[in-house]
Ligand binder design. Sequence first.
Ligand code: ZN
Length: 397
Amino acid sequence: MTVKLFYQDPYQQSFEAEIVEQNEDEFGYYVVLDQTAFYPTGGGQPNDLGILGDVHIVNVEEVGGQLRHYIENYLPEKDRITGEIDWNRRFDHMQQHAGQHLLSAAFEELLSYKTVSFHLGQDTCTIDLDIESLTKAEAQLIEKKVNDIILENRPIETRWVSEQELEQYQLRKKLTVKENIRLVIIPDFDYNGCGGTHPSSTGQVASLKVLDWEKQKGQVRVRFVCGNRVLQQLETKHQITIQLTQLLNAPEPKLSESVVKLNQQYLETKKKLKEANENVLSLEADSYVREMKEIDNQVIIKLLENKEMKDVQYLARQVVAKVNTSIIVLITKNENKFQIVCARGNKVEASMKTLLKNALELVNGKGGGNDSFAQGGAEATLSASDWKKLIEEVMRK
Ligand SMILES: [Zn+2]
């Protein structure tokens, strides 16, 4: 059994150890030591990283009771080796983990909301609460409570206890383990069974910020950061704010107002553009109507380039509204698909649905509609002009 130095002193950053075993499993090469300061993945806390001799550790896991340090290559054969943990990473984990204990304890103490799980992520952390919803006022209340306890700089103690001794403590969660029970205690606030590493006082958590929360499978997932991550978050968000103030040419307090105004302008412009587009389409419809009169034909088939389907539909409806004895067939090509719209004026008896069906049958197309208006499409296996010819033939029948 490897002696777990991180339990004796979570602040120990380097150590000497004897190599007990070097081997390989499904995860790669690993080394087992007689003692270690490297924390293995467990209890919601990610593993430590660092170096052993001059080899980088890529992972630390407890496999079948054995604490394995995964390395890129076997270490040179020697008895003793020095290990040095990546302290920034470890201390960050200690801050997040202790912060989580405080957050979960505050939710339970003040609101009786139970934490069901904890995730310590690379950028942010989350806890899942066994509740349907959370209000802003509740989140603020809890955040304040946690930061008050951080400021009070209460001790964080760890204690190994027997199953019998457990009865003296008001634990948050019933424990499943019966031996090697380790409690993390913040006196008069939180008693928790936990195998993680923690700072020795709440003050070292520095601060906790609740970022946001969302409903997740009947629970509420609360996202938060502690310690240096609060500063990192502030820095990231501050940089974004600076960019936005420059892009919107507005001071920070006016950013929202500025975006609302910009959006209003966009909607107005969009409306005007729609009107202008409809005017253009209406003029185009007029030109088709003139053409029909010139060639003395009430049927018109047109091939259009790069037109949106909704514009094609609008155009067809305009023409048949202007000449109620007309039939118009519009074909448009978008990417590798042809689309077709058939419309008739209200004095025409021929069914557009049937017309479309007959045309699409020949090209494996799909479509639908009713007797007065139908639309469909097909893969563009023919050239546009061949498509037009095909429709013309169908129309002639
Ligand atoms: Zn814990």
